[in-house]
Design a protein around this ligand. Structure first.
Ligand code: DGY
Length: 323
């Protein structure tokens, strides 16, 4: 009797060794050996014949890609919680199921959010550079004065799983937590945070504005010049979500004029080709989209995809199935 065929899979990026080994065990796997970021045409050519496509947020999985790989392609598994890089409507129309990696990365992303917030408020980039460059003249009473956290208001735009982990870590700093979401959280999830029904109302009280909302076309450009004008003087802006939620011209103008004290940015429009002006500003702390970048988190993300795919192939519905 023939044994059931092993499903074919294509891996667009190199995952952690443990995760790749587990994928190898289950699939007839081809992979993008050199871990380069693939264009649509390359994905289509390389993944032809695959039933499962493993991607990350660096691959744009457009309707064109999905149509070209359909009907063989059955599943797209993305090593990301965000899925704004995937045309979900096209996937639904073609019957292609999508899996992502919620929850397991929330702690790691919240840690980076706190790191960016502290470095922006306390001038981490300038301080590091002063010591590293040998330009430190010695301790000074007015040297590198920053913005303290205690008693200030942290507004979290997007109080989902990651936003709530940020809030939990921010409270011990003495920050007052506020948030804006489309819908108000239950009292249990709110944990005393102050809800604002509109983004404008939330921004007006933000000593620190933390952008943690999932990327989506509806909120693209939400942090624009008029919202930045609503921020209190000397506010700090942190973005761990998606770069296109912020209008770069508006944020950069506010950073240059010091209307905004500082920013901490882990994500950018058009990564990795970031707006070059950010590189010239002292009052910005920059990291290269490393929110979920810990060994244990990337392993957990990979396992969530593998286990989810095992589930759907056996008729079960995993919690990380999107469509
Ligand atoms: C995510 O998981 O969405 C992160 O931004 C990495 O892409």
């Amino acid at each position: 009797m023939d044994s059931p065929a092993i499903p074919r899979a294509y891996l667009c990026r190199r995952f952690t060794p443990a995760v790749e080994a587990a994928i190898h065990d289950r699939y007839d796997l081809r992979l993008n050996e050199d871990d380069s970021i693939l264009e649509a045409g390359q994905i289509i050519a390389n993944a032809r014949g695959a039933q499962v496509l493993f991607v990350s947020a660096t691959e744009t999985i457009s309707a064109e890609v999905l149509r070209a790989l359909s009907p063989t392609l059955k599943y797209v598994a993305t090593l990301s919680v965000g899925y704004d890089h995937i045309d979900m409507a096209a996937a639904r129309a073609l019957g292609i199921r999508i899996l992502h990696t919620p929850d397991v990365l929330s702690h790691a992303c919240a840690e980076i959010a706190i790191m960016l917030m502290l470095n922006a408020c306390r001038r981490g980039y300038e301080a590091d550079r002063m010591v590293r460059s040998g330009q430190w003249p010695g301790w000074g009473p007015t040297q590198l004065l920053g913005r303290g956290l205690t008693g200030r208001r942290l507004v979290i735009f997007g109080m989902g799983r990651i936003g709530r982990e940020i809030a939990a870590r921010a409270r011990p700093f003495g920050l007052e937590i506020h948030y804006h979401n489309r819908t108000r959280l239950s009292p249990e999830h709110e944990s005393g945070a102050v809800f604002h029904g509109t983004l404008d109302e939330a921004v007006k009280v933000a000593d620190i504005l933390m952008i943690a909302a999932p990327g989506s076309p509806e909120i693209k450009g939400a942090i624009n010049a008029s919202r930045i004008a609503l921020l209190p003087e000397n506010a700090v802006v942190v973005n761990i979500s998606r770069g296109d939620l912020v209008v770069d011209d508006a944020l950069i103008a506010a950073l240059v004029s010091r209307r905004v004290f500082a920013a901490g940015l882990d994500v950018f429009a058009n990564e990795p080709e970031i707006d070059q002006r950010y590189r010239t500003l002292d009052n910005v702390f920059l990291t290269p989209h490393i929110g979920s970048a810990t060994h244990e988190t990337r392993d957990a993300m990979g396992w969530l995809l593998i286990n989810g795919l095992d589930d759907v192939r056996h008729g079960r519905t995993p919690s990380n199935l999107l469509a």
